[in-house]
Design a protein around this ligand. Structure first.
Ligand code: SF4
Ligand SMILES: [Zn+2]
Length: 144
């Protein structure tokens, strides 16, 4: 998921990013993307309810919602809100906040390229590879 302005700089800097403390790191991401048309027969509303229940307990809920608003995330439950709910939040605030996109060289930028069918530049290719590697390491450390 994505990420302080909130932006993690693509370096070896070990400063902790909020997503490191997210509850959903431990959970199957599909629950948070109920609109995804996959083989999972779980009804959409049920996935949304599950995701929201998890977000309600998450220590970085505010950071997560802010990042989703800033990045104009199109899909998924972020900070306990669906895309439709985030849109209403924009409306109730009167105007859209400035759109801040994550810079190339971050996993979020790599995902954005993928979503838009854009070719991956070198920085993003590396960020995606690093992200995959870190996920694999986390999985491995959980399994052991
Ligand atoms: S608020 Fe929800 S989606 Fe965001 S990091 Fe926490 S658990 Fe994940
Ligand atoms: Zn890029």
């Amino acid at each position: 998921m994505a990420n302080s302005i909130l932006a993690p700089t693509p370096t070896t800097d070990a400063r902790e990013h909020w997503s490191e403390r997210s509850l959903c790191r431990q959970i199957d991401a599909d629950v948070f993307f109920p609109e995804r048309d996959d083989a999972d027969p779980t009804p959409r509303a049920e996935k949304v309810a599950t995701a929201k229940a998890i977000c309600a307990l998450c220590p970085v809920r505010d950071e997560c919602l802010q990042a989703a608003l800033d990045n104009d995330e199109e899909f998924g439950v972020w900070g306990g809100l669906t895309k439709a709910e985030r849109n209403r939040l924009h409306g109730s605030r009167g105007s859209r906040p400035p759109r801040i996109l994550m810079p190339c060289g971050t996993p979020a930028a790599a995902r954005r390229h993928a979503r838009h069918n854009e070719p991956l530049d070198e920085a993003c290719r590396r960020a995606a590879a690093r992200d995959r590697q870190e996920r694999a390491q986390r999985r491995a450390s959980r399994a052991s």
